[in-house]
Each structure stands twice: as C-alpha cells, then as structure tokens.
Design a binder for this molecule. Structure first.
Ligand code: PLP
Ligand code: CA
Length: 304
C-alpha cells in the first residue's frame, strides 16, 4: 500500500501540470469525442494548447479510417487546427511497422475495413485482393502463394471464409501475425457495444495456436512512431490522456509517460482505485497518475 496514483486534480494543480509538460498525447474516442459528437470544450482545449506552443498528438486504436479521414473528422467536429502529422492511428502505425520494421517481403492478408487497406496501400504495402464470390468456400477458394503477414483489425464485414483463410496462412511459421489493436469492445450509445479487434484476434489465436503482435496501444510501438517523427521528444515532458485503463494508462506506463484518466469514457475511477490498492504490482501500471472529470477541466488554466 501507499502506492501513489489516481490523484483527482483541479484548478491550480491542472494549471501547474499543463505548464510543466510540453507534449500532450490524447486518445480520441472517450476523450476528444464520442463517435460523431465532440466532447464539450475539447476543441477549445486542443487549440489553446497548440496556441501556447505545446506539441499535441492523437493516438487512437481505431483502425477503420486512413489519416486523411481523421483530419476531415477533426475539422467537421470543430478542431480546425489539427494536421495530418499529429494523427497516429493503429492503421497508420501498422503500415509503418510492415514497411519500416519488418519490411514485409510479400503480400499482406488483411482482416479489416477498407480504411485500413487504404492506409497500407498508401505506404506501398501489397495486400491480397478480396475476391467477392459469395459461393466460395475454404474447400475450393484460391489461396495466395506469397502471403507473409496476416493483419487483423476491426472488420464489420467479417466472414467465416476470411477467418478460415487467415488460419491457413498462419500455418506458415514465416507468415507474421499482427493485430492493429487488442481492444475487446467499444461502447455505443444506448448501452450497446461493438466487438473490438481483440475479439477477432482472439478467434485467430485459438485457430492458429499463435499469439499476435499488437501494434496499437498499449504497445510501445505507437510511441516509437511518434518519437521518430518528433525528434527529441522526452517521455518526462509528456502527458498521456485517455479514458481506458487497459489501453491508455498501460500505454503511458509502458512508455514512461505521466498518465491522466478522464471520466468521459470507458473506465471509472473506482476501477483505477482497485488497481491502485491491489497487492499485485503488475496492476499498478494501469493506474493513472492524475484523474479529471473531463478535459474541459483544462479550460480555466488558459484564462489569464
Ligand atoms: N476501434 C474501433 C473500431 C472503434 O470504434 C473505437 C472507438 O470508437 C476504437 C477502436 C477506440 O478508439 P480510441 O483508441 O480512440 O478510443
Ligand atoms: Ca478511448
């Protein structure tokens, strides 16, 4: 016990923290917006930080859009000063991983939305074309001979055939197994949920007996992408702001960043306190350093 964390901060404490940090990483869904609705005050917070010369980047596990679409979405929701270079999505980082880290020597079989495929194409990664023959089955469909990676992300058109093909490709130990992210589910309005990429990855992990390499939060790779594009970023100068303990707070801890939980999304403060008070020290990396109700709590800090 006595492990620190979960400090609920307000007013002058927020002001001091914002002054002390010069690099802000924001998760998107649950922090900046809910689906198509901006969190009240979030656009003003982002533009105020930028105007004060702070670095601001966005780290999202949502792999369904290419970065250009995010620029449009930010603009549409009132974030008029966000640029492409500030957006780090799990699809963009997956493309960088395939291109620059593993330099994939063949085609990639993608389970995911068109947006993921487009991001890969933009990076010059060859993807297996999906034939849309509704009568094809795993008994008689064609398999591409040079698949060197299976990449799994959120796919709202998932079929049994896609899972079956991916399982076959993964029998080759030289075929890499990657997941854009491992999120279990996402909240929708009205109490409904959307199964996340993690649920699809789990199906393939069982079928293949293998473990996927996760690109998105909480893996450190996203921070490596940020560091390579913003030279000299010092983890001690960063604040990671997110709404989910198992992805955002763990990501921050894994990368040596101070972390802040906002209560506008998935995780509740009670869950964070339980992790804090747990005897299992591995749980402590899920505990935020700071907690605010919403990032709109930053706003008074920008007043003179
Ligand atoms: N993936 C999908 C498909 C989603 O719909 C969402 C949230 O809506 C996410 C991931 C999580 O995004 P973020 O990391 O911005 O919270
Ligand atoms: Ca989130």
């Amino acid at each position: 016990f006595g492990f620190k964390g979960c400090q609920k901060i307000r007013g002058p404490q927020i002001r001091n923290l914002l002054e002390a940090k010069d690099f802000f990483l924001f998760d998107c869904d649950g922090v900046i917006w809910h689906g198509e609705n901006a969190i009240t005050g979030a656009a003003k917070v982002v533009s105020s930080l930028i105007r004060r010369g702070k670095n601001v980047v966005f780290v999202t596990n949502n792999c369904t859009r290419p970065r250009e679409n995010y620029v449009h979405k930010f603009y549409r929701l009132g974030f008029t000063d966000v640029m492409l270079e500030q957006i780090f999505s799990s699809s963009y980082c997956s493309a960088l991983y395939l291109r620059d880290v593993v330099k994939v020597p063949g085609q990639v079989f993608v389970i995911g939305c068109d947006g993921l495929r487009r991001e890969l194409q933009e990076a010059g990664i060859p993807c297996v074309e999906e034939a849309d023959d509704p009568d094809a089955t795993i008994y008689d469909c064609a398999l591409a001979p040079d698949v060197k990676a299976v990449l799994v992300g959120h796919d709202d058109k998932l079929t049994f055939l896609k899972l079956a093909k991916a399982s076959c490709y993964l029998k080759d130990p030289e075929c890499l197994f990657l997941a854009t992210d491992n999120d279990p589910w996402h909240p929708l309005s009205g109490g409904r949920i959307l199964p996340g990429s993690g649920s699809l990855t789990a199906a393939l992990e069982v079928a293949s007996g293998r473990k996927a390499t996760v690109i998105g939060k909480p893996s450190r790779f996203m921070f490596e992408c940020i560091s390579s594009q913003f030279r000299g970023v010092d983890p001690a100068q960063c604040l990671m702001v997110g709404d989910r303990l198992e992805t955002d707070m763990l990501f921050g801890s894994n990368c040596g960043l101070d972390t802040m939980l906002t209560l506008t999304g998935v995780s509740q403060i009670e869950e964070a306190q339980e992790y804090r008070d747990s005897d299992q020290t591995t749980n402590h990396s899920l505990v935020p350093d700071y907690v605010v109700d919403t990032i709109a709590d930053f706003l008074p800090a920008f007043e003179e």
